[in-house]
Ligand binder design. Sequence first.
Ligand SMILES: Cc1cc2nc3c(=O)[nH]c(=O)nc-3n(C[C@H](O)[C@H](O)[C@H](O)COP(=O)(O)O)c2cc1C
Length: 179
Amino acid sequence: MRAVVVYESMYGNTHQVADAIAAGLETAFDVGVVPVSEASAAGIADADLVVVGGPTHMHGMSRATTRKWAVQAADRPVGDLKVEPGALGPGLREWFGSLGRYPVKAAAFDTRLNGPAAMTGRASKAVARLLRAHGFDVVARPESFLVTKQDRLQQEETTRAREWGTRLAASIAPSKARS
Ligand SMILES: Cc1cc2nc3c(=O)[nH]c(=O)nc-3n(C[C@H](O)[C@H](O)[C@H](O)COP(=O)(O)O)c2cc1C
């Protein structure tokens, strides 16, 4: 069985989470991890599971303006944030705009600041909504992974992401060892 993890990332945190989720999914799937700029409709259509995640910007999914601000923030002399290739877009929002309908199992995640979701917002809620709007069968609750105010992934979040991926895999597929 094949899973695809599609991610959007400005500073690499969501990319790291995507890799960790993929490591968890590998208990039951052959997994590909692709940045949203390279995610083809064909690769989605014949997958058994699609996991989609991105950073929370202004309480939701990024837009062209917020991605520009993110790149400008990384240019400041303070801090040492590095911008991912393709950070300016297209992002998940634009990608969904180009997608058709896919009756494929799916799940959503995001990265965001630590705090009550009612205060920070969480992009994964919007991602899950768009997945459903495109016919995907969303099989897990949207999950957030947390970054510090300095835009660094909090300790233990990659472990938590890998475990989330393992649980997600177990919920829909027999493990590779048993199949
Ligand atoms: C323009 C901008 C807006 C942001 N808005 C929010 C927000 O509303 N809520 C939140 O929790 N985090 C917010 N953040 C923090 C991002 O969620 C954080 O930078 C992101 O999770 C890091 O992931 P990445 O390295 O994959 O881009 C914002 C960051 C930027 C650059």
